[in-house]
Ligand binder design. Structure first.
Ligand code: THU
Length: 130
């Protein structure tokens, strides 16, 4: 799976966003260690706090199907380069210390970051190994 295909999947997922309150659509598409693809969109709830971001929808779908390692995740949103929120960065840290994070406006316009760039000096599972 190449980067452009992963972005295309994220753009398709973005169309599924359920966003009656913010009207801000986000899509995500990830690649597992064994090259499976999972996608997600943001889903908003009337009482607001149960709302879930696109990235976490995709990650939780993958984890709930037994995957534990994410190689890459592409994110598209309605702003110019929509970056993952802090909560999603921490969830990526759990399942993808070496993940490549692709922040895309389109298949031809994207930037790639490491998790360490977006969440430096992070806390993670290894910190609990005593
Ligand atoms: N949102 C995401 O889906 N991912 C992010 O990383 C940033 C924010 C969603 C949550 C909410 O539905 C909407 O964007 C506005 O915050």
């Amino acid at each position: 799976m190449d980067i452009k295909s992963l972005i295309e999947k994220a753009l398709e997922a973005q169309e599924k966003a359920y966003v009656p309150y913010s009207n801000f659509r986000v899509g995500a598409s990830l690649l597992t260690e064994d090259d499976k693809i999972y996608t997600g969109c943001n889903i908003e709830i009337a009482s607001y706090s149960p709302t879930i971001c696109a990235e976490r929808t995709a990650i939780f779908k993958a984890v709930s199907e037994g995957h534990r390692k994410i190689k890459a995740i592409a994110v598209v949103g309605d702003s110019d380069y929509t970056f993952p929120c802090g909560v999603c960065r921490q969830v990526m840290r759990e399942f993808g210390k070496d993940v490549n994070i692709i922040i895309a406006n389109s298949v031809d316009d994207y930037k790639i970051y490491t998790l360490d760039e977006l969440l430096p000096n992070s806390f993670g599972p290894e910190d609990l190994d005593k």
